[in-house]
Write a protein of this length. Sequence first.
Length: 488
Amino acid sequence: MVYRPITGVWEITMGNNVRGGHYGSFYSDPLPDELTTAEAFDLIEQIAYLGLRYVTLSGGEPLTRRDWAQLVNYLTRRGVSVNLITNGWAVTEEVAKQMKNCNISTVVVRVDGTREVHDRILRPGVYDRVEQAFRILRQHDIDTRAITTLSVENKDILPQMKDELIRMGVSSWQLSLGLPTEMMGGRREDWMLNPSQMDDILRFCTETNNEGNIEVYPANCLDCHSRNRFGKRFSSAGCEAGTGGLGFLYNGDIVSCVSIKDRNYIEGNIRERDLQSIWEDESKFLWRREMTNEKLSGDCQVCQYGSECLGGCPNTRLVIGRNLYGENPYCSHNFAVKTERKRISELNDATELMASAKALIEEHKYQKATMYLDRLIELRQDNPEAYRLKGFIEYQNGNYEQSEESMVQALSLDPSDSHATKVLGMAVFKQGKRTEGIRLVERSLQMGEATAQEELKALKYEKENNRPYPRRQPLQQNRVEKELFVRF
Ligand code: SF4
Ligand code: SF4
């Protein structure tokens, strides 16, 4: 598959003039192995050649790099739209004029609290510079936005921050999740939000947007799946690391995303290879390009949205669980699933559990139905219908191995179950054992499963043609089913 990168984030320096807080580097000076101006220009040529349309400059603090304006100028002349993320400290009239002259697209200023909180996180006087930056940039008619790294320090003052940003004339505001990394100023987990607070953040975004005074949106690290809980998903792109986007580190290292610092995920260095050959190397970026929901773990692996969202932000999974294939506890949906499972684990009436599961299956709320069935199976391992329904749901969700396991259990309790035999055959077929799968579906037909006729036709067609049987389904019905499916 050919991937075309559209966006990139480039940490042009690790030097920083306002150290501390949730973000940026701890270094006051640039690191010795940062790209020279000539090397940076060469990288820009390669970025343009590869076809990137947007590049965000960050750091460290990008304005501490002496040639920042030359880099912006070069990028825009080569047709690349440039955003720059700054702490605002160095934004003066002169800097704003330079930005304007370079045709910078957007300047994003970091704001991590009200005056009191921002200055406490960083140092006294920084908030004054933030206010000054917003004022100067507005006067120079530069598109200016705000970004906040969420932590326990600021989660409760978002309404006050909103009022302040509106007062300062800011019209767009991004919230991202602070993670306990070097980027969080060396702070530990006790600065991080709790998964149970994600809904509060998403609700705040929704309500603020409804007010219409400022646009506030969660970064992809927060927005992996909010549609079902708050009416819509805020962004449509999802994580594009390694597929539609990439990152450039200060020393020319190429990564899928600059947030992922682990050395195991450095894909190459432009001092050793050109950018295009790194991007097009079929052995690179594989963790991302070959990611499927089946490779994830926990509730992300079996999630009804898994094939679409692939577990949300990989960096969150890596930092929190030390595993790119782990589950994402900071997903609002993930938290809701866990909360619901806990509630269901306290139910003890097998008849009611089965009735609830069946009602949910009728409504296509499969993930929730599975929780009722799991609880029922925990209480009663001798109920073939529970296994049969679970196997059916797992088949619907594309978890064919689990579907096979459940159907084997169902048939061990009731060998005469023709429906279980049919779905077992379908699950086995989907795992590559095609002859065995067709044999089982034929058997289910002999056992009296009338619906097996159509499935048999479909499986034989797929075996012969190596592509799925083209089923006719009215578009409208398909749409309604999909909508029902996405409600948890
Ligand atoms: S639980 Fe995992 S797979 Fe499902 S929406 Fe959340 S992050 Fe995505
Ligand atoms: S890994 Fe996370 S932070 Fe990086 S691009 Fe993907 S969603 Fe964004």
